[in-house]
Design a protein around this ligand. Structure first.
Ligand code: ZN
Ligand code: ZN
Length: 341
């Protein structure tokens, strides 16, 4: 079977290549026809040669995806039906190490789909049943391509704990891109209000505004440059901007006893650690969405239309190569989604 695949061969080299696939399946494997793949910051960094965590070239990209079941291996038969809508884990865990018992994203042998092993950026993929999640049967399939990044937000928010969430009177989300916007939706879903969400990119703010989130106020500003106005103001900050000043500024913006959840910036930075102690701050890091998929799917079910608005650009597979080489930096987008079939 012909199988167009999006391969990052090396820095700045993306090719759409036919990688034929047969229909032989291992007992627990599922053959999936991929509908959509969403791009995230790490895909673009991988393409630009700026990705700092472990990765591999050449690699088929794609860890945010949605597709339908075409065929199942013998032991996966009872779990899946043809045409079931599915998405799946980015963290490919072993399931048997000590770390897996606590958090599969931290598996000692973890591989990342689309980063260290081939991703879902092919027209057809074979994936072990244990890494798959069923999405509801719906006419609106597109928002479910964002299940993985929403699961990343859900997993991070889970670590804050329900008590701190219910006590948070003023919440700030730094960055209104995919993870920031999805964090806002996940917080609102948990009953959190008084959320301020800031970004310097106009398209991100416009998109959030168009979503009409009643408990989140978008502001078009660089909060890292506005520190004095909001010093000691927030109980909870979610860093989803990737801006290196965001964490440093957050320490000033937080009230004593406040919590900072870090989902964005990943490179090394210098912070005033004394302030963490003196203000008794809680700093939480979180990576990976495994553990949060079911919840993410339920949140999308309740917010299908609103989440679809985050997709600001659709690119058909035959134009992807051109898009990466010529258009990637021309226009800012919240989420770019590739139509695979
Ligand atoms: Zn991602
Ligand atoms: Zn493991």
């Amino acid at each position: 079977m012909n199988n167009l695949s999006l391969v990052i061969e090396s820095k700045q080299q993306l090719k759409c290549i036919n990688k034929p696939i047969d229909d032989h399946l291992l007992p627990d494997e599922v053959l999936i026809k991929v509908h959509y793949v969403a791009l995230c910051g790490s895909d673009i960094k991988l393409y630009k040669g700026q990705y700092t965590a472990p990765h591999r070239y050449p690699i088929i990209l794609g860890h945010e995806w949605i597709g339908e079941v075409v065929a199942t291996g013998i032991s996966a038969e009872s779990k899946w039906c043809e045409k079931d809508l599915v998405t799946g884990d980015c963290s490919i865990y072993c399931g048997s190490c000590e770390q897996c018992k606590k958090n599969k994203n931290l598996c000692e042998r973890v591989q990342k789909r689309g980063i260290t092993i081939d991703g879902a950026g092919s027209q057809y993929v074979k994936i072990s049943s244990k890494y798959l999640y069923k999405c509801p049967k719906t006419a609106v399939t597109r928002p479910y391509v964002l299940t993985e990044p929403l699961a990343v937000a859900v997993e991070g928010i889970k670590k804050i704990g329900s008590q701190k969430l219910s006590e948070a009177k003023e919440v700030l989300i730094l960055g209104a891109g995919g993870i920031g916007a999805l964090s806002a939706i996940a917080l609102i879903d948990q009953g959190v209000s008084n959320i301020t969400i800031s970004d310097v990119e106009e398209v991100n703010i416009r998109t959030i505004q168009s979503m009409g989130l009643t408990n989140a106020t978008p502001i078009h500003a660089d909060m890292t440059k506005n520190v004095s106005e909001y010093v000691n103001h927030f109980d909870l900050i979610i860093e989803a901007s990737g801006n290196e000043n965001a964490i440093v500024s957050s320490l000033h913006l937080l009230r004593s006893g406040g919590t900072l959840l870090c989902l964005g910036h990943q490179n090394s930075i210098h912070i005033d650690f004394g302030m963490v102690i003196k203000k008794s701050l809680n700093i939480i890091g979180s990576i990976g969405g495994t553990g949060g998929f079911q919840e993410a799917i339920r949140i999308i079910e309740r917010n299908e239309k609103c989440i679809t608005k985050l997709i600001t650009r659709m690119v058909p597979i035959d134009l992807v190569q051109h898009f990466f080489s010529k258009e990637l930096d021309l226009q800012k987008n919240v989420k770019i989604v590739i139509e695979m079939n």
